[in-house]
Design a protein around this ligand. Structure first.
Ligand code: ZN
Length: 441
């Protein structure tokens, strides 16, 4: 059956060379069609989109800023009103999905097959950017939502790169497996490519080094689901010998941006979504400045999420990527609000501890930092096996230098750090919240 994949592939192949203006026109066309559909078929948008349609049946995009930002908690509450009464035939079947999210509160969302097809086409273009061969095998270590990728065998299938049926696809669940089990599985699979969460990749590398097991080499490592810190990216690139691709997106919004093969910048997928950087009031911030990331992915006709706040923060680069692709690029993606640390003097910061530096003081296996009071952190460290004593004072000093001088720090050695409900490691958790966070969480 024709699901639109070939048309997407052809379009994406051409649009990556479009001049910026033409790309913007393409995006506007997609947005307009999507807005008309949402206004007519989705109860939650009758009011929200009314300003755009006050002058007639064509949406007035100059009124875009009048559309309120939709938070995740609003989407949770209004999931039934956000579902389209009917969808156009080309949107394909509607699937029901449950996302776990970093807070563990599930969001029920409905997804058109067409959005999945668009995501696949964007991903396949990325595979081409990196000259990946769909006849080689790809191993995936992520949460298993289908209950089919349990240890020791995991799941085995084919065709992770559409149209290239020979390549094997392996998947192992990360939620119910230890790092050593994952490593053992990965060594057996001998895959050319790896797809996992950044912190999971780092955990594998560290466990391999600790156990003196050689880590498999990969041609490409694809990372998604968490913010990719720069020193994690370097560590993965050095140890696996492969190219590292940062995939930015969210399961309810689809794919949003991915690393440039030449420059590592994050290219925004302008063809399938409109990504904005806004302030707390929903007004755009200038290029280069940090704000809330708000997205409108315009192929999910089943449950349109228009101006949807991802809960992530970031900035759009003011300069185009030197590779020549004309879409905008993301300068960086900062952690979620949950990971923002606040201090007594009113300042705040996303923690960016240099793990290598900390390990020169104490070679812990894994670390989690919890801000439990405005002037206090509890640092959990999985104890080192090299026999070197922990120097509390030196570590506390390193934290104060990097984060804030007002902090008191308790370091607790432990044997294991639990994963979050979504199966990921969370390095930094802040329990200090303000009122504005409540609406964002
Ligand atoms: Zn580029």
């Amino acid at each position: 059956m024709d699901d639109g994949y070939d048309r997407f592939v052809k379009l994406l192949d051409q649009s990556q060379h479009f001049p910026a203006q033409r790309l913007k026109a393409l995006q506007d066309r997609g947005l307009r069609r999507f807005l008309r559909h949402a206004y007519e078929e989705v109860p939650a948008y009758k009011q929200r989109l009314a300003p755009l349609f006050s002058a007639g049946p064509e949406p007035d995009l100059t009124r875009w800023q009048d559309i309120p930002v939709l938070t995740r908690s609003q989407a949770q509450e209004e999931s039934q009103e956000l579902k389209a009464i009917s969808v156009p035939e080309q949107a394909g079947a509607t699937q029901t999905k449950h996302t776990s999210g970093s807070t563990g509160t599930p969001l029920i969302h409905y997804r058109s097959k067409l959005q999945q097809t668009a995501n696949q086409a964007v991903l396949d273009r990325l595979f081409q950017w990196y000259q990946m061969d769909g006849n080689k095998s790809l191993a995936q270590l992520t949460t298993d939502y289908h209950d089919r990728a349990s240890y020791p065998n995991g799941y085995a299938g084919h065709e992770w790169f559409r149209g290239q049926p020979q390549g094997e696809f392996f998947h192992l669940d990360t939620l119910k497996t230890t790092t050593m089990q994952q490593l053992k599985w990965l060594v057996q699979k001998e895959a050319a490519y790896l797809n996992t969460f950044p912190n999971n990749a780092r955990g594998l590398i560290e466990a391999a080094q600790e156990a003196n097991v050689p880590l498999p080499r990969f041609d490409v490592v694809l990372l998604s689901g968490e913010v990719l810190e720069d020193d994690t990216r370097k560590l993965i690139a050095e140890t696996t010998g492969g190219a590292v691709i940062n995939l930015f997106g969210a399961s309810e919004s689809g794919r949003l941006a991915a690393s440039c093969p030449e420059h590592g910048t994050l290219h925004i997928h302008e063809e399938i979504s409109f990504l904005e950087v806004v302030d707390e009031q929903g007004k755009p911030v200038p290029d280069g400045e940090t704000g809330r990331l708000v997205t409108t992915s315009f192929y999910n006709f089943a449950m349109p999420l228009i101006r949807y706040a991802l809960g992530d923060y970031g900035a759009v680069s003011a300069n185009p990527c030197p590779c020549g692709r004309q879409g905008r690029t993301l300068k960086f993606v900062a952690g979620r609000q949950r990971n923002l640390f606040r201090f007594v003097d009113g300042t705040s910061k996303w923690p960016d501890m240099k793990l290598r530096e900390l390990r020169t003081i104490y070679s812990f296996l894994q670390m989690q930092v919890v801000q439990d009071k405005i002037d206090h952190l509890t640092v959990y460290m999985v104890r080192s096996t090299d026999g070197v004593e922990l120097d509390h004072t030196a570590l506390q000093e390193a934290f104060r230098r990097s984060l804030h001088p007002s902090l008191n720090i308790t370091i607790q050695l432990c044997d294991e750090i639990a994963r979050s409900a979504s199966g990921k490691f969370e390095d930094f958790i802040s329990k200090i919240t303000t009122e504005s966070d409540q609406s964002l969480s």
